[in-house]
Ligand binder design. Structure first.
Ligand code: PBG
Length: 331
């Protein structure tokens, strides 16, 4: 008979590493991690991104090696971003057959083919104009400087087809234009790319956490993206965006950023029958790196905890700059 009167002792299940391992609810595996990679046209040496320690703008040559490394680590995917030498008002390099992103996709395709027996990583491409426009917005502009939704859709459709033609498994529209998923699906199907998968950035917020990414892609954006990306305070609206993307034929939906939007992620996961992704963005990465560099936080523990929390909140797939590190730690 217990003398303390305590009946329930949850600590029993935490008492040993073996027990904790047995009852762990959320596990990380490299297969569900996607590594974002940047490649810059005309670069001779990889260039470190100061606000994202450990991440670089790749040359075409080092990109191939990075993708091979991702394959060796067993990562589930790579998400490619291209930085062109020339930018213009309509982002014409975005869908040019020989544009940097299309070249990067072909390089990644090649590296994957050499590295695996069909087990990945899946080659994904960002389908958005901001890296390619001289004004840095995610779409084309009207005469008075607003982002023109419907004119932008045509650009996205062409980009998606160019990416599919270059060998992308997944196109990922991230511009938050209305109707973008339906438009891209129709264009892909018409061009014979029925099997190209759409990962929709569905609930994408106008976030301060994209700051370091702007360095990573040499962004020239003046102002902000609040006429197309969502207000950080809006959760219900994020669900509506996800519902619309599902109705338009998205194969996967995404919430972005991740760490500050775990409630939205959980709610999207609860109503989605397709896989749900979350993007731990540049600023989330930079905060952990900066604190760790100062000795204020344990880098490895914080990286693992943050990604575990994103999985716990409902993400099947996590895009994270820690992907290679985590694969290594999981050993
Ligand atoms: C748009 C895009 C952005 C990110 C991914 N895709 C930038 C933006 O919307 O402003 C941000 C990713 C990150 O911060 O890591 N091409």
């Amino acid at each position: 008979m217990s003398t303390s009167g305590i009946v329930y002792r949850p600590r029993r299940l935490r008492a040993t590493p073996a027990m904790r391992r047995l009852v762990g609810e959320t596990r990380l595996h490299p297969a569900e991690l996607v590594l974002p990679l940047f490649v810059k046209e005309g670069l001779l040496e990889p260039r470190p991104i100061p606000s994202m320690p450990g991440q670089v703008q790749h040359t075409e040559e080092t990109l191939g090696r990075a993708v091979a490394q991702a394959a060796e680590a067993g990562l589930g995917g790579v998400m490619l971003f291209g930085i062109p030498e020339r930018r213009d008002a309509t982002g014409s390099q975005g869908d040019a057959e020989n544009g940097i992103l299309q070249r990067a996709i072909r390089i990644a395709r090649h590296a994957v083919a050499g590295a695996d027996g069909g087990s990945g990583p899946v080659v994904m491409a960002d389908t958005c104009l901001d890296e390619f426009t001289d004004h840095g917005h995610c779409g084309v502009l009207t005469g008075d400087g607003r982002v023109d939704n419907d004119a932008t859709l045509d650009r996205y459709a062409r980009m998606a087809v160019a990416q599919a033609r270059a060998g992308a498994d997944v196109v990922a529209p991230s511009g938050m234009m209305d109707g973008q998923v339906a438009m891209i699906r129709e264009a892909l199907d018409e061009a014979g790319f029925e099997d190209t998968t759409i990962l929709a950035y569905s609930a994408k917020y106008a976030s301060a956490y994209y700051g370091p990414f702007r360095d990573a892609v040499d962004s020239q954006l003046q102002g902000d993206r609040r006429t197309y990306q969502m207000d950080p305070g809006n959760a219900r609206e994020g669900l509506r965006e996800a519902d619309l993307d599902l109705a338009e034929g998205a194969d996967m939906v995404m919430v972005k950023p991740a760490g500050s939007y775990l409630d939205v992620l959980r709610a999207v996961a609860d109503r989605s029958d397709v896989p749900v992704a979350a993007y731990q963005v540049s600023g989330e990465y930079a905060m952990i790196e900066a604190a760790a560099a100062n000795g204020w936080i344990d880098r490895r523990a914080a990286a693992l905890e943050s990604v575990t929390a994103i999985r716990r909140a409902g993400a099947d797939v996590v895009l994270t700059y820690f992907a290679l590190d985590i694969a290594g730690w999981l050993g």
